[in-house]
Design a protein around this ligand. Structure first.
Ligand SMILES: [Zn+2]
Length: 98
């Protein structure tokens, strides 16, 4: 019982990093899984060929074509080898209450 109470306090203190903090909690794992966006389809800016792009992590799940403060830059190649740069930004974490 003491252990459980202590755990709750630690989690509250680390709220901004709630996903990492709750990795050992059942519902925390669900938050992480939901945040792992699937590959998104994009079209090459050179030739229009489709290519898949995966988010760099579970926090930066929205892709922009123009650089933005705090964005994670990732380069992708289309089928024909053209380089495409995407800038991934954070979206507000969805906190799931069990
Ligand atoms: Zn291309």
């Amino acid at each position: 019982m003491k252990f459980l109470l202590a755990n709750v306090e630690v989690v509250k203190g680390l709220l901004p990093r709630v996903v990492e903090s709750l990795l050992n909690e059942g519902y925390g794992l669900r938050v992480v899984v939901e945040g792992m966006a699937e590959a998104k389809k994009f079209s090459c800016k050179e030739c229009g060929a489709p290519f898949d792009a995966y988010p760099p992590d579970d926090a930066h799940t929205t892709a922009l074509l123009e650089k933005e403060e705090g964005a994670v830059e990732r380069k992708y190649s289309c089928t024909y080898g053209h380089e495409n740069v995407l800038y991934w930004i954070k979206v507000k974490p969805r906190l799931v209450t069990a």
